[in-house]
Every structure is written in C-alpha cells, then in structure tokens.
Write a protein that binds this ligand. Sequence first.
Ligand code: NAP
Length: 315
Amino acid sequence: MSETRNVVIIGSGCAGHTAALYTARAKLSPLVVEGHEPGGQLSLTTLVENFPGFPDGIMGPQLIENMRKQAERFGAEYRLAHLSRADLTQSPFLLHLGHHQLHARALIIASGASARWLGLPNEQKLIGHGVSSCATCDGFFFSGKEIVVVGGGDSAMEEAIFLTRFATKVTLIHRRDSFRASKIMLERAQRNPKIHFLTDTVVEDVYDPSKQEVTGLKLRNVKTGEVYDFPTSALFLGIGHEPNAKMFHGQLETDAEGYLKTHNYVHTRVHGVYACGDVQDRRYRQAITAAGTGCMAALEAERFLEEHGPVKPAE
Ligand code: NAP
C-alpha cells in the first residue's frame, strides 16, 4: 500500500527542522526528507553569532543538531532521501523519492539553496582536488598552503577568515572594488594579516586537471584587461547560492533566479503547499528568518489540515 503522510517536509536545514518541530508538536507526525545536503547551510558553517539565545555564539552544526533532536523528541521522523519529482495536481500530493513514492496531504518545501559555482572550463574536474565551496569541510587539507577565495559577500569573508587557520596566505578575489559583505565581516577580513585582497579581478580558469590538483588560476583584471597566471593550491568559492526548486518548476511560480514565489509569507499558488527558508527568500537568507518562516509554514499546514477533513494518524 502506498504511504500517505499528513505532512511531508522537504529539506532539513533551519526552516525544515523548525517546521518539523511545530508540526510534530501539533501531533501531525511529520516526515522530513533530508535532501542532498542534510542539515543545510548551517551544517557547513562555523561559529554562528547572530542566532538569538546564544550569547557566546554556537557552532552551526551543533545548532542544527539541537534543532533536529528537539523535533525528534516530539515525534518528527527523518528519512535520508531526496525528492526527484512531485505531482502537485493530485491530492494528496504525489512525491517521488527516487524509486519510492509517497503521498502528502500537506507539503512544506524547505529545500534551501546550494552553493553556486563559477562555471570555469576545469572547475568540475577539480572539485575535491582543490576546488571547493565549503571551507569548513576542506580547509584542513590545505594546511601550510596558499589559498584563494572568490566572492565579495559575507560567505567569502567568513571563508577567508576561517581558512587563515590553515593557510599561510589567503587571497580574496572579487570582481568589483566594493563589497556586498556586512561592514563588520569586511573589517574583520581586512584586519587579518594573512588575508590579501585582489579586486576588479575575475577567475577565467583553474589549473591543472592533468595533475589532479590545483596548481594555479588564470586571472583577468576587468579594468586593465590584463590576463595572467596566479599560483595557488586551492580555490574556495563564496559566491552565493542557487535555490533548490527545480523539481517544482512548471508547477509552482518562481522568480527570474528560480526562487519559489510566495504570497502571505509562505503560501504557494497550490493550496496545501507551503515554502519557507532560503528556497523562497532571496532577501534576508538568515538562519533566524528561515526558522521563522519554517514556523509559519507549519502553522499554515496545520490550519489547512484542520480545514480539509479529520487529520488521520500517519499510515
Ligand atoms: P551574496 O551576499 O549574494 O554575495 C555573493 C558574492 O559573490 C557577491 O559579492 C557577488 O559579487 C559574488 N559573485 C556572485 N556570482 C559571481 C560570479 N559568477 N563570479 C564572481 N563573483 C560572483 O552571498 P553570500 O555571501 O553567500 O551571503 C548570502 C546571505 O547570507 C547574505 O545575506 C549574508 O549576509 C548571509 N551570510 C551571513 C553570514 C554571517 O553573518 N556570518 C555568513 C555568510 C552569509 P557582486 O557583489 O559583484 O554581485
């Protein structure tokens, strides 16, 4: 018999865990589909200093683990799988988790956003061999080496600062000469003697796939047009994220960059389908705002299920 759940939550970042906590406490036995990157972006970060309630900060992976434990205590179930396809035209909604199918009476999309790549000719060949989008995962491998970080936002600053623990020198390359990063993060990076800034510069390619390691970069100064080689042992990207919403394209409205469009905070155009966290938020993108919209989505799902007949226990 096909499995039918009251609430299925797609994604296990801050928004997903919060939606799980609230729907579990409403006795809806939510199922959380963990997705490709369990724990979401917080699990890839270091010290989180701006989540209220932790005056000394808390490590991102610890915060996300605490959220999960809290939701599980009230009966949320987690499944290591990812959503490949969904049919939102039928009710309950049909969800494909690889070869397995299940139905959801209400659906909460908290699938977040994933790291963006530069699209360089050799980039994909060198992922795991010196090209990375996760400083906390891969920084250790470059102890005593010189590292490049690309980007001009808070992620790039955070990565560069973190990587100075391992690297002898971190060069931060940015395509403009002004920064999107918050003042406090930018100043921290600027004060760090190991961090050097290279502005108005873009990376055109990364060497050397034939050696299975990063040996250098081809750079271009966008103002002078000068193209030159720059030796380095690693290339870390901190250039933002892409929303994980492709599996809903054609069924739910998206904006030009693929973020899910919502109205009244978390409602999609399909009744019973809610979107929360970074998959629908291109403006704030904070752990606390993701948690907030996860809570809203859960309360709306609960209301929807109350209005649409008795809520049966999960089958
Ligand atoms: P972001 O603010 O969108 O910054 C992305 C940066 O990458 C921008 O400087 C952008 O350049 C650059 N970029 C994008 N595509 C590029 C390309 N193809 N080639 C070269 N450069 C490219 O993303 P983010 O830094 O990941 O931050 C996202 C949100 O999370 C922000 O709200 C941020 O405050 C928050 N965040 C907070 C913390 C913290 O407080 N500890 C840490 C990380 C992130 P342009 O500026 O030229 O567009």
